[in-house]
Design a protein around this ligand. Structure first.
Ligand SMILES: NC(=O)c1ccc[n+]([C@@H]2O[C@H](COP(=O)([O-])OP(=O)(O)OC[C@H]3O[C@@H](n4cnc5c(N)ncnc54)[C@H](O)[C@@H]3O)[C@@H](O)[C@H]2O)c1
Length: 253
C-alpha cells in the first residue's frame, strides 16, 4: 500500500516505538495522528512529523472514537498502529505467599488488551468506509504484542496474559476484516531501547543487550518503525505475528 497521501493513527505515539512509527510513516508521506495520554509528548511528536495529535486514553472508548474521527478528517484513514501499553512485574504469589494483586492484573489487561481492542475496532470501522485501492485493499492495522506472549518470564503473569491476547486477536481480526480489505498483523518486539527500558540502570541495559542472539544489543525503535512501513507496503502479509527480536528467547528470569 502506498502511504503517501493517506492518514494514519499511532497510539502511544508520544514515546518509544510509537514515536518511531510516527516518524517512519510520516517519512513515507502519511499524515499521522499521534494519540497518547501524554499531551506534551504527543504535541511534540506531531509537530516534528507535521501531523496532528489527540491527547486521550486508549482505555476510554470515546477518546478512541475522537482520535479516529480526527485522523479520518485529515485524509483517507488507511492505517492504525497500536503502541500504547506498558508492563507490570508481579508473581502469581509473592515471597510471602500473597496472591498477585487483582487491580494490577486488571489495569494491564485494560490498557494492553482493551486499549488495542478499542482503537482497532473504531479504526476498522472508519477504514472500511474508504474507497478500495489495488487488490481491493482498504488499509492495515498493526498491534504491538511482545516476545513475553511466548517466553513469559518470572513476574510477567499480567503482561504475558495481555500480550498473549494481542497475539490471539490477530487471526480472527484478520479473518473478520478480510471482507472489507483490511489486513491485521501484530509485531512481537524483543528488547528495544525506549523510555520503558531506560528506567533500568545502564549496567542492566547492557546485560540485556548481550542476551540477544545477534546483533548483541537492544533494538533501535527506528527498526520497529521500518517494519511497520514494510508491513504497509507488502500487501501479502496478513494475519501473522512477526517477532522482531534479534533471535532472542527469553530465559525464566
Ligand atoms: N520497549 C520494549 O522493549 C518493548 C518490548 C516488547 C513490547 N513492547 C511494547 O511496545 C509498546 C510500546 O512500548 P515502548 O517501549 O515504546 O513504551 P513507552 O513507555 O516508551 O511508550 C508508551 C506510550 O504509551 C502511552 N500510553 C500509556 N498508557 C496510555 C493510555 N492509557 N492511553 C494512551 N496512551 C498511553 C505513554 O504515554 C507512552 O507515550 C508497549 O505496548 C510495550 O508493551 C515494548
Amino acid at each position: 500500500m502506498e502511504l503517501h497521501g493517506t492518514s494514519a493513527i499511532v497510539t502511544g505515539g508520544a514515546s518509544g516505538l510509537g514515536a518511531a512509527t510516527a516518524r517512519a510513516l510520516a517519512a513515507e508521506g502519511a499524515r499521522v495522528t499521534v494519540f497518547d495520554k501524554n499531551e506534551e509528548g504527543a504535541k511534540a511528536v506531531a509537530e516534528e512529523v507535521a501531523g496532528d495529535y489527540v491527547a486521550g486514553d486508549v482505555t476510554v472508548a470515546d477518546d478512541c472514537q475522537l482520535a479516529v474521527d480526527q485522523a479520518s478528517a485529515g485524509g483517507n484513514l488507511r492505517m492504525a498502529v497500536n503502541c500504547a501499553g506498558t508492563g507490570w512485574i508481579g508473581r502469581v504469589i509473592n515471597r510471602d505467599g500473597v496472591p498477585h494483586d487483582l487491580g494490577a492484573f486488571e489495569f494491564i489487561q485494560r490498557l494492553n488488551v482493551i486499549g488495542t481492542f478499542n482503537v482497532m475496532t473504531r479504526a476498522a470501522s472508519a477504514i472500511a468506509r474508504t474507497e478500495p485501492l489495488a487488490d481491493g485493499e482498504r488499509g492495515v492495522i498493526v498491534n504491538t504484542a511482545s516476545v513475553a506472549a511466548f517466553d513469559g518470564q518470572i513476574g510477567q503473569l499480567a503482561y504475558s496474559a495481555s500480550k498473549g491476547a494481542v497475539v490471539a486477536m490477530t487471526l480472527p481480526a484478520a479473518r473478520d476484516l478480510s471482507v472489507v480489505g483490511i489486513r491485521v498483523l501484530a509485531i512481537a518486539p524483543g528488547l528495544f531501547d525506549t523510555p520503558l527500558l531506560a528506567m533500568l540502570p545502564e549496567e542492566q541495559r547492557e546485560a540485556l543487550g548481550k542476551s540477544v542472539l545477534f546483533p548483541k544489543r537492544l533494538g533501535d525503535p527506528a527498526q520497529y518503525g521500518r517494519l511497520v512501513v514494510d508491513i504497509a507496503r507488502n500487501t501479502y502479509l496478513n494475519g501473522e505475528v512477526i517477532r522482531l527480536d534479534g533471535g532472542i528467547r527469553m530465559q525464566p528470569k
